[in-house]
Design a binder for this molecule. Structure first.
Ligand SMILES: C=C1C[C@]23C[C@@]1(O)CC[C@H]2[C@@]12CCC[C@@](C)(C(=O)O1)[C@H]2[C@@H]3C(=O)O
Ligand SMILES: O=C(O)CCC(=O)C(=O)O
Ligand SMILES: [Fe+2]
Length: 370
């Protein structure tokens, strides 16, 4: 069993041959390798005037706890304002990410993710589950960015590292605050979560930073930026630039766009928070689509528990008619399970089917992808 998240994929190496497809700038039309059958029409496309709007929550609102809890139950995703991350830090991180993706492909490939590794440049790990390639490139940072930054910018690597380190520190603090809002809304207090540490500050929690780049695409309706997936996290904090592309799947509605709100961050519930909440919170299925004219950039902070923590439904939430739905699992183990089973990973750690009257929203949310 892997004991660190950086070892999670050793047993499931991903064939990175597909890295040779990363030079998007040279492509004037969509190659067959990237042409997805009906990537947009598997569900009704979203209507921008739809009454289905992803909640936007002001964290200074006295009612924030209840609003966050309600959003986690009914959507599994929401946006936050007044989150405490400065505009200048978000701007600096965005421009560092832009400068990374604008390097020549051969330079970026010097920092390529190894087949069994977690950090580095490459296609999304989930690419191996699909016959077609995605119209995106990514750079994953787990632990120190130094080694890869040196390969990318032999002289100037410090500028990138300094911003990444500050961003991770600030986002880690925000993630702990959001954890207490989500858990607090379920009536959970510090003493109920041993792995949150004596001070309840989630010291030892892990974070991974995923920079995503979606170049403008000559045939966006047949391309896919990032295929539908749930995150294997407790929660994910996503910064998106001003170009829209993130969509979430909503039961009975279809794909709903999460519009960029200036200054806001998108928060989504991941599989591990779904497990902790014993299925009350939805780990939301989401994807990224691309467009013809604008390059899109997003930065995901993937937040998970300390590597040794066994994540299972919180005992305070269990009752005779609400038995635990999932067996305990560590984050490194779950990442390995995701690498093997992809969107069936949650079901693979599931103990029993929901009893009458207790519906697991993730079952309603499940969709066949690929
Ligand atoms: C910690 C992680 C979650 C993630 C795999 C990773 O090792 C780092 C990248 C993450 C990401 C981002 C894009 C979508 C996703 C499914 C993928 O392929 O890489 C997620 C992974 C996940 O949440 O399972
Ligand atoms: O680019 C986006 O909007 C989504 C990114 C995402 O889902 C991820 O990095 O896990
Ligand atoms: Fe995601």
């Amino acid at each position: 069993m892997p004991s660190r998240i950086s070892d999670a994929f050793r047993a499931y190496p991903v064939d990175l041959q597909s890295n040779k497809h990363l030079d998007f700038s040279s492509l004037r039309e969509l190659p067959d390798s990237h042409a997805w059958p009906s990537s947009r029409d598997d569900y009704p496309s979203s209507d921008p005037c739809s009454s289905e709007l992803v909640p936007v929550i002001d964290l200074n609102d006295p009612n924030a706890l209840a609003l966050v809890g309600h959003a986690c139950k009914t959507w599994g995703i929401f946006q936050v304002t007044n989150h405490g991350i400065s505009k200048s830090l978000l701007g600096n991180m965005e421009s560092r990410a832009r400068s990374l993706f604008s390097l020549p492909v051969q330079q970026k490939l010097k920092a390529a993710r190894s087949p069994e590794g977690i950090s580095g440049y490459g296609v999304a790990r989930i690419s191996s589950f699909f016959p077609k390639l995605m119209w995106s490139e990514g750079f994953t940072i787990v632990g120190s960015p130094l080694e890869h930054a040196r390969q990318l910018w032999p002289q100037e690597y410090n500028k990138f590292c300094d911003v990444v380190e500050e961003y991770e520190k600030e986002l880690n603090r925000l993630a702990a605050k959001l954890m207490w809002l989500t858990l607090g809304a379920l009536g959970i207090v510090k003493e109920d979560v041993k792995w949150a540490g004596p001070k309840g500050d989630f010291k030892g929690a892990n974070g991974a930073l995923q920079l995503n780049s979606y170049p403008a695409c000559p045939d966006p309706d047949r391309a896919m930026g990032l295929a539908a997936h749930t995150d294997s996290t407790l929660l994910t904090i996503l910064y998106q630039d001003s170009t829209s592309g993130l969509q979430v799947r909503r039961e009975g509605v279809g794909w709903v766009t999460v519009p960029p709100v200036p200054g806001a961050l998108v928060i989504n519930v991941g599989d591990l928070l779904h497990i902790l909440s014993n299925g009350s919170y939805q780990s939301v299925l989401h994807r990224a689509i691309v467009n013809r004219s604008s390059h899109r950039l997003s930065i995901a902070y993937l937040y998970g528990p300390p590597s040794s923590a066994q994540i299972s439904p919180l005992s305070k939430l269990l009752e005779p008619n609400h038995p635990p739905l999932y067996r305990p699992v560590t984050w490194p183990e779950y990442l390995g399970t995701k690498a093997k089973h992809f969107n069936e990973a949650l079901s693979s750690v599931r103990l029993c089917a929901p009893l009458n009257g207790f519906v697991d929203m993730n079952d309603l949310n499940r969709v066949k992808v690929g």
